[in-house]
Design a protein around this ligand. Structure first.
Ligand code: ZN
Ligand code: ZN
Length: 223
């Protein structure tokens, strides 16, 4: 699977993978992609929804969920409802990898839609996610299904050490905006300060703001 295959523009699904994955070209992540910065040619603009649904999957602190709902409203202008919590996704646990299969969790999340198929759903989980061929993913989004998943598991630390709570919250806010941005039609952005920049490490999320750059805002009609 190539990096390009994982772009939202190729099939509507995006896995946000971490630094351990270099694909078949070890230098790929160090070079700018061939695509021009902020090019949106393949992305069709989706209407801004009236509300979002945020669904905790397994134990997720209530305060963190409130932060995520607040940042989605701040950036996209729509309030969030808190969905009925789902239990920890043991059905997706891979005992060889000691990780949870992201796509399986995403599929389960798609069944939770009290307001119909148009409402974007963001699942928040505190377990380590993977997809086959990748060592781990920070999240996954399926634009067609209007469903995204973000894991806060790896955002809690850097280099094996826990980070201060405020940094963890910042990273979580940034990655929630990133995931929702995919559902609204955005793909990855080359501006490292923009929430749609692809984080390869949690430290990349530290550099990003929760906000979107001007071209990304323009692409979703929020400029
Ligand atoms: Zn992404
Ligand atoms: Zn951007």
């Amino acid at each position: 699977m190539s990096r390009k295959d994982l772009e939202a523009s190729s099939n509507g699904r995006t896995a946000d993978f971490g630094s351990a994955y270099e694909g078949s070209n070890p230098s790929a992540s160090a070079r700018p992609p061939a695509r021009a910065p902020n090019q949106r040619a393949e992305v069709k603009s989706l209407p801004m929804p009236e509300r979002f649904l945020v669904v905790p999957i397994g134990p997720v602190p209530k305060g963190l969920l409130a932060e995520l709902g607040a940042v989605l409203q701040e950036i996209f202008g729509a309030p969030s409802d808190l969905g009925t919590p789902l239990v920890r996704p043991e059905f997706a646990y891979n005992k060889d990898r000691h990780q949870y299969h992201s796509t399986a969790v995403l599929r389960r999340l798609e069944t939770v839609r009290p307001r119909g198929p148009e409402e974007p759903v963001l699942g928040v989980v505190d377990v380590d996610l993977f997809v086959p061929d990748l060592p781990f993913v920070f999240g996954e989004a399926d634009r067609e299904a209007r469903t995204a998943l973000v894991s806060v598991f790896r955002l809690k630390g850097s280099d094996g050490r826990a980070v201060p709570p405020e940094r963890f919250v910042h990273r979580s806010r940034v990655e929630a905006v990133h995931a929702m941005g995919h559902l609204l039609g955005l793909s990855h952005c080359n501006d490292f300060r923009c929430a749609m920049f692809l984080s390869h490490t949690p430290a990349d999320s530290d550099r990003k703001g929760a906000g979107l750059c001007t071209p990304c805002r323009t692409a979703i009609g929020r400029a």
